[in-house]
Design a protein around this ligand. Structure first.
Ligand code: HEC
Length: 187
């Protein structure tokens, strides 16, 4: 009996967690995006790195860029190869830390610094390129911090000009490419 109750409680918790994930993204009344929560438990897409020492000491974004995708969006991508309405992509920037380890010289992740987010919403961003909204937060901003969408010149335009698929730099994420190939071969 006790076992059954425990299993029921655990089942409910799992269901609530799934609901919470499905409920991302959250916008406040001022149409600002609340910094996503739990994104480190979403689908991990990949990491880019453009360090200073490969850019004459002047890289625009010298940090590691760890990218995560909301789970429902990943499922939709695998099935269709499209970014579904409601897709959230989080790019978490981390400073370069140590450059030498027992495994050799290289780049190792240091401290969390910044969180950049893209949200696809056909209604809310009806007039934005690809219906994507772009947002940025300090890495140390409190849970619940909210930010307004950036103007197109600040973020979207570079993505429009250089990203491979629907403003997303899929060319740098083998996990996304494989997801689509697997879906195609299943048909
Ligand atoms: C000068 C070009 C440029 C600008 C401006 C730019 N980005 Fe990006 N962004 C990139 C590139 C290139 C990548 C992928 C590789 C990387 O992370 O370096 C990327 C990746 C991302 C990703 C992960 C998804 C993807 O498409 O790869 C997010 C989220 C993101 N950027 C948000 C933003 C936000 C928010 C702003 C504005 C504050 C912004 N970007 C401005 C070039 C740009």
């Amino acid at each position: 009996m006790v076992h059954i109750i425990i299993r029921l409680v655990i089942g409910c918790l799992g269901w609530l967690a799934a609901l919470a994930l499905a409920a991302e993204p959250h916008f406040n009344a001022a149409n600002e995006l609340v910094k996503p929560d739990n994104y480190r438990e979403w689908m991990y897409i990949g990491t880019g790195l453009t360090p200073h020492d490969k850019n004459d000491g002047e890289a625009s974004f010298p940090e590691f860029h760890n990218v995560y995708m909301s789970r429902p969006a990943w499922e939709a991508w695998r099935a269709s190869g499209e970014f579904a309405d409601g897709t959230v992509l989080v790019k978490e920037l981390l400073s370069v830390g140590e450059t030498e380890a027992i495994s050799g010289k290289g780049y190792f992740q240091g401290e969390f610094s910044t969180v950049a987010v893209m949200v696809k919403d056909k209604q809310r961003f009806a007039n934005k390129p690809g219906n994507w909204g772009f947002f940025i937060y300090g890495g140390d901003s409190a849970a619940g911090a909210a930010a307004p969408a950036f103007d197109d010149a600040g973020c979207a335009q570079c993505h429009v000009d250089h990203a491979q698929k629907d403003l997303v730099f899929t060319q740098y994420y083998p996990i996304l490419r494989q997801g689509v190939e697997r879906a195609a071969s299943a048909h």
